[in-house]
Write a protein that binds this ligand. Structure first.
Ligand SMILES: Nc1ncnc2c1ncn2[C@@H]1O[C@H](COP(=O)(O)OP(=O)(O)OP(=O)(O)O)[C@@H](O)[C@H]1O
Ligand SMILES: [Mg+2]
Ligand SMILES: [Zn+2]
Length: 585
């Protein structure tokens, strides 16, 4: 075949293949255009899963009649003009290809009234056949209508799924958009059905209402705010409590300068921050906003602009990791926790008990551009204590041990139940990590070495991990093929239990045991050690011992969840107890 220049219609259809994959991609491009036009109200109507019709209406700056032909011309944009602009993009669009691409695979109509223009006007494109600009009636802003998507590209039409599937993609997309800009009101309708309606947020507290509308009450009840700034980079948003983790990674949202992205680097930084508190196979929920100077990030790195490249990716990764890690470190029993809420619906027993630490406090605005007070909101999680609570101990005073498993305590608000093994394991794990971080971990030398008889393969397995044992304060020597001399043990351990502990550790290590269930623990060895040396069920504890554990928990980072990712304690407020007994106050 001879080499030929392709007809421009075909060029547009090829370009459309990259950005317009399905109806939801059209919605994305149109709504992003509305946001770039500074709209405050965006209404989306779809029919037949978006294949029949997609109409996006906004109250933005509009397009002047004279500019309408340019809006649908290839490589025509009002958003950038030079290479410098390309290197500092502040808008969602910049390529000048979305509208011509959509026009080449559908019947497109744009009606607009520019805020500063005299008259509204419209233009239509029918699968590349461009009509004339004509006067029209339209309030200030723009409506874009896309009908019969892919009517002229049967190959693409075949990949379109059932209406309900395409609609689900559109809903999910609109939810992401609604999370991206709290200051804009969004509405989505499918035929006569209203699927999403989120008014613009004004004033504090409104953010939580929108979060709830989009992600549900569960998310709001189980998330804590994040706010962190370092130089020109700011992180804000909410991260889910580890004890409220999910079976699917379906509530993980990242926005970079207002743009929704699925960026591996950012997702990985959060994963890493959760590594010591998340149960294996579980997923954190989060909504996070990164703001930085546009020069520091390249958004022109993916056809659908879903990935970005940071100029200094290492630094961004560490910044995000540290910010989230610090917020999660604060998940420990605290006095600032709001009293447990009464269950809705009155008389019956409360169906789900609110954990004392489950309440989301405060809320950052994702679009706030004033420099935030670092940690201002994160610190709300712990401070300030309610008046008169200075001396209050969040976990209260121990009363008794239940079935050798739970500690029963009472605090000012009611009753506290602690899973004693789980709690102690977390306390020890954090202490072991702190010891390990020191150059020489505190170790206690045994008066006479303890000699243990092991099977040859067990001893061999142990010796393979000898460095790990020694870094945490053990001193070990092999005496032949089956005998082990233990000369020193970590100072944190009860030296009387060492024989049993080492035997258990060896068994765990051999099985690569999952006594330690953390997702990707900072240190699996220390996790196993903590599990094996923590008090186990049916060990009798005295009241002073129980109180000592409660006080240790209060002083331990991440103490709200055990190394298996489960809660270490829960509580029943007096109010909840009253409800159990139908007792009015
Ligand atoms: N809703 C709207 N309100 C005001 N102007 C609009 C609207 N939609 C499109 N435009 C104008 O039409 C131009 C072309 O839109 P189009 O989406 O094709 O390109 P873009 O947004 O500039 O870049 P990209 O292809 O990356 O989306 C825009 O640059 C903008 O000037
Ligand atoms: Mg665009
Ligand atoms: Zn354990």
């Amino acid at each position: 075949m001879p080499i030929r220049v392709l007809p421009s219609e075909l060029v547009d259809q090829i370009a459309a293949g990259e950005v317009i994959e399905r109806p939801a991609s059209v919605v994305k491009e149109l709504v992003e255009n509305s946001l770039d036009a500074l709209a405050r109200r965006i209404e989306v109507d779809v029919e037949r899963g978006g294949i029949g019709l997609i109409r996006v209406r906004d109250d933005g700056a509009g397009i002047a009649a004279a500019d309408l032909p340019a809006a649908i011309a290839r490589h025509a944009t009002s958003k950038i003009a030079s290479l410098e602009d390309l290197e500092a993009i502040a808008t969602l669009g910049f390529r000048g290809e979305a509208l011509p691409s959509i026009g080449s695979v559908s019947r497109l109509r744009i009606v607009s009234h520019a805020a500063l223009g005299e008259q509204a006007a419209e233009i239509a494109v029918d699968g590349a056949a461009v009509g004339a600009v004509r006067p029209a009636a339209h309030p200030s802003g723009t409506s874009v209508e896309v009908r019969d998507l892919f009517f002229n590209v049967p190959a693409r039409r075949k990949f379109v799924r059932a209406d309900s599937t395409e609609l689900a993609h559109i809903v999910r997309l609109m939810e992401r958009l609604a999370l991206s800009r709290f200051d804009v009101s969004f509405r989505l309708r499918h035929g006569a059905r209203l699927l999403l309606d989120t008014p613009a947020v004004d004033g504090a507290g409104g953010e939580l209402a929108r979060l709830e509308a989009v992600l549900g009450q569960e998310f709001v009840a189980g998330a804590v705010p994040v706010r962190h700034a370092a130089g020109p980079v700011q992180l804000s948003g909410w991260v889910g409590l580890p004890t409220r983790s999910r079976a699917q990674p379906d509530q993980q949202f990242w926005f970079v300068n207002g743009r929704s992205v699925r960026d591996r680097l950012l997702m990985n930084a959060v994963r890493l921050a959760y590594r010591d508190v998340l149960y294996h196979g579980r997923h954190a929920a989060y909504v996070l906003y990164l703001q930085l100077a546009p020069q520091l990030v390249d958004v022109n790195a993916h056809p659908a602009k879903l990935e970005v490249r940071f100029r200094d990716s290492r630094q961004i990764h560490d910044f995000v990791f540290r910010a989230v890690e610090q917020v999660l470190a604060a998940t420990r029993p605290n006095v600032a926790a709001a009293p447990a809420a009464p269950s809705p619906g009155g008389n019956g027993a409360p169906r789900s008990l609110s954990l004392g630490y489950g309440e989301a406090a405060g809320a950052p605005l994702p679009f706030a551009d004033s420099a935030p007070d670092p940690w201002a909101l994160a610190s709300l999680v712990r401070e300030p204590p309610p008046p008169g609570a200075e001396a209050e101990q969040p976990l209260g005073a121990a009363l008794a041990q239940l079935h050798g498993v739970y500690i029963l305590a009472q605090n000012r608000d009611g009753l506290v139940l602690v899973d004693m093994h789980a709690a102690h394991e977390r306390v020890l794990y954090e202490q072991f990590k702190a010891e390990r971080a020191r150059s020489s971990p505190a170790s206690q030398r045994l008066l006479t070495p303890l000699v243990l008889e092991l099977k040859a393969h067990e001893l061999a397995a142990l010796l393979e991990r000898r460095a790990e044992f020694e870094r945490s304060g053990f001193e070990l020597d092999a005496l032949g093929a089956t005998r082990l001399a233990v000369r020193a043990v970590p100072a944190l351990l009860d030296a009387r239990d060492v024989g049993e502990l080492i035997a258990a550790l060896v068994r765990d290590l051999l099985l690569d045991a999952d006594t330690h269930h953390l997702e990707a623990a900072a240190d699996r060895f220390l996790g196993t050690l903590a599990c094996r040396s923590a008090i186990h069920a049916h060990r009798r504890l005295t009241v002073p011992e129980m109180n000592a554990l409660l006080r240790q928990m209060e002083a331990t980072e991440r103490a709200n969840q055990c190394n298996h990712g489960r809660p270490t304690w829960t509580r029943l407020s007096l109010q909840q107890l009253d409800q159990l007994f139908l007792r009015g106050r």
